[in-house]
Design a binder for this molecule. Structure first.
Ligand SMILES: [Zn+2]
Length: 224
């Protein structure tokens, strides 16, 4: 399968852990956090019918989504957002809507988030961390102070965090800086990517990115 070759580790629709589920829309995952007062999504997928079907499989209702936090505006992460008609939709103030493509006007406005901002959505804290590189306005989100959603800033390969594939990145140097920034965070219990799954072994994933001079070893450089 092309999917397994290109994006190994992609999660099928189902539970990830306590309070967190993954929905697969083709080659991308979005995530749903069961917050105390509703559902909170990280990214939105791209095909509303597929995303709605994933929710139904999990016994969830898209109308109960109170907030959607977009890691960036590439179509495979953001085009499905209009499905969530009761949700406030957040994205970096630095992201360009032109990434969305198409002429269709969004059903609801996008609410800008800033680097370092912490919002409370449906009773859970969501902390925004600017992670430019893949796109200028890419953001990672730390949810409930323990789940780190990286979007397309990085992927997982054999348990290691690696830069997202180079051909898709706007600025590879900025991307590496962003990964080092995420690696310096403490208290993360689980790392979740958009295309290559998730790990609880955060120390191993970030081991090459921590400390002075941390960088990507040559064999791990992203390939087009
Ligand atoms: Zn992307």
């Amino acid at each position: 399968m092309i999917r397994n070759w290109f994006f190994p580790g992609l999660l099928d629709t189902g539970p990830v852990c306590d309070r967190l589920v993954a929905v697969r829309d083709g080659f991308v995952n979005l995530y749903v956090f069961r917050a105390p007062a509703g559902l909170v999504c990280i990214d939105a997928g791209w095909r509303p019918t597929r995303v709605r079907h994933g929710f139904a499989l999990l016994g969830l209702d898209v109308r109960n989504v109170a907030a959607v936090f977009l890691t960036h505006l590439h179509w495979d992460h953001a085009r499905g957002r209009d499905l969530f008609t009761n949700a406030q939709v957040f994205v970096s103030e630095h992201e360009s809507p032109s990434f969305l493509g198409g002429r269709r006007k969004p059903a609801q406005p996008l609410t800008p988030v800033r680097d370092g901002q912490t919002l409370t959505a449906a009773g859970v804290d969501v902390h925004a961390i600017a992670a430019p590189g893949h796109t200028p306005g890419s953001v990672a989100y730390l949810v409930d102070r323990r789940f780190l959603f990286t979007g397309d800033t990085l992927g997982l390969r054999h348990g290691d965090a690696v830069p997202f594939r180079a051909c898709f990145n706007r600025d590879g140097t900025a991307l590496r800086r962003s990964i080092r920034k995420l690696a310096a965070l403490s208290g993360i219990e689980r790392l979740l990517t958009a295309h290559t799954g998730s790990t609880v072994d955060v120390g191993t994933a970030f081991r090459r990115w921590r400390g002075a001079g941390a960088d990507v070893p040559p064999q791990e450089r992203a390939r087009p």
